[in-house]
Ligand binder design. Sequence first.
Ligand SMILES: C[S@@+](CC[C@H](N)C(=O)[O-])C[C@H]1O[C@@H](n2cnc3c(N)ncnc32)[C@H](O)[C@@H]1O
Length: 186
Amino acid sequence: MIATDFAPVAPRCQLVPGDANDALKNWCAARDWENERAVVFLDPYEMQVRWDTIETLAATKAVDLLYLFPLGIGVVRLLRRDGELDPAWQRRLDVLFGTPDWQDRFFQVKTVTDLFGDRETLERDASIENIEAYVQERLKSCFAGVAKGLILRNTQSSPLYLLCFASANQKGSATAVKIAQSILAD
Ligand SMILES: C[S@@+](CC[C@H](N)C(=O)[O-])C[C@H]1O[C@@H](n2cnc3c(N)ncnc32)[C@H](O)[C@@H]1O
């Protein structure tokens, strides 16, 4: 497709088979980030991007990242209302967010007092706003600058993805975020 539809850029394209998480780590390790810059677009269908990949890209201090984060398509579906998450799902969320802290962020034990005394209940806040804020915080923990994301919805207006922008370079991040912010503003 590249050769036929985008012939002029074909000589500059390189296809690397394999898990993109591993390929990106190898690529980051092989570049000279003192002298090079890059824009990376992560476009998964679902929750395939590991958080350690995000951290590796941030550690270059030279990459601008566009990440289509699987909001409704992944995270909302897994955060069950009753908090009874399958251990395999929990591990997937740990890998996606790079920490198990999401459990405290989206589920809180609250004490409710009624006729029968005190009772502990589990409250879930898996609102899109809360997940969006958490993703932004996670990106800010390793990138120099992060733009406000853009929620992408389907035709029924259900949120599917959060398009995130993060800039790893301390000096360039303010300008990069400003430009990205104006593009992502809906
Ligand atoms: C949403 S599509 C990307 C579409 C592409 N950006 C385009 O415009 O044509 C996601 C792709 O990522 C691939 N994929 C999923 N997990 C992957 C992984 N761990 N490593 C590499 N590719 C992966 C899927 O097979 C699928 O082809």
